[in-house]
Design a protein around this ligand. Sequence first.
Ligand SMILES: [Zn+2]
Length: 246
Amino acid sequence: MRLLQKHLCMIAMSAALISSAHASPLVEPTLHIKPAASGAGRVALTLDACGGKTDTRILLALVENRIPATIFVTGIWLKRNAAAVAIMQAHPDLFELENHGGRHVPAVDTPQKIYGISSAGSPEAVLAEVESGAAALARTGEPAPKWFRGATAEYSPSAIAMIRKLGFKIAGFSINGDGGSLLGAKETARRIAAAKDGDVIISHINQPTHAAGEGVVQGLLALKDKGITFVRLDDAEGTGNHGTTD
Ligand SMILES: [Zn+2]
């Protein structure tokens, strides 16, 4: 199970969308924040903690450089990473924790494979994934999450409608920073450093052995040097497509 979770994280968003001919077409929503009125611009950094461990290169760089981030955590990751959670909770001005599901199962309500991984497969299973993720956050003493991002960041339109009804906004992105944490450091740094006013970056904070994590830090420092302001999703006006925020 642990291997499966790791595999799922690694391949998430690293390949083209695969869905069988008869399954409902999936969507990968985008998200932008309202651009800054003046200055160098602002960007939202979102980091997924799917399962596995914590990339302390990223976590410590965020703390040292005072870079705020929205962290999407699963119930699985929360259980295994108490020390990292404590660091995040010690800096409530920097870290906003949001819902990445209980078990890191794609929020798709029909049975199909996404990147070779089985979807939740039914409305009930999507509901369980979303609600168990929120419950895991509540157990850590976190405020109730307002944002949800499903495993693989792909959804069936009917699952989106259901998750919205539960009261969550769905967090897409506009820049895929680390390609599911599979990219090299240089390419990851290049993608992140290219973020513009209003962009929402997605990367991973749960793969400490991958080169991509080093690139995440480099890219963020380059943005900081340019005078970019980092904001969390709760502090920004986010607009997504496919009915994910409106
Ligand atoms: Zn994930």
